[in-house]
Design a protein around this ligand. Sequence first.
Ligand code: RET
Length: 242
Amino acid sequence: PATWPSTVVGGPETAVLACGAGLLGTGALWIALRSVGATDERATRLYALAALIPAIALASYVAMATGVGVVAVPIGGRGPVELRWARYADWLFTTPLLLLVLGVLVDADRDALFGAVAADAFMIATGLVATLSTVPVYRYVWWAVSTLTFLLVLYFVFVVLTAEARALGTETASAFVVFRTLTGVLWTAYPVWWLLGPRGLAAVTPVVETAGFVLLDVATKAGIGLLLLRSRAVGDGTATTK
Ligand code: RET
């Protein structure tokens, strides 16, 4: 129809996306500036990752705010629903990087980390399939596939990485509990929010859905970076020697 894409650029959703871009850009810059002068090699690596994660998201948000990656999916009976796949491009890179941060933090076994990253990428890819499917029931089936894979990722964080953190000593173990909890709670909100949003049960409007994802993305991406900068288990480089 001639009216499509209606809300792509210039509507309230654009403003929300621009806010997200601003917050993520500020976060990336803040983390990068704060990490200047870090001498410990492992801390430097973690800070670089922590700055890179919101920077990638910034690119995705600028793309979404300017109308890139918008598709209209005709979901059975409901007519076209506008959605932005740029979000999934962001998550495809940033969620593995977030897992990498946790892995570097506790000196994780490479093979286990690789397995978790593979499961994570599969989770995002199948989530995109759920998002783009036009038959409602297929959307929920793919959502369920993605969520099952998400449980594998949680197992990795809560069981495998937790064991590695404990092996490194009490300080790293207690610092890791904070990162683990943040990951468990915030990541779980994503599939729930997807279900409530216009892609699922349509309990919330597209603008509210976008605002919710902005809050989650800022909390997970900038939040973890700021936590890292404050964490003694990172800054003084003692985590691996204790
Ligand atoms: C989708 C929908 C399908 C089911 C599941 C999902 C999970 C998404 C997650 C995203 C995490 C994103 C983060 C981003 C940035 O920092 C794709 C929403 C399970 C867990 C942490």
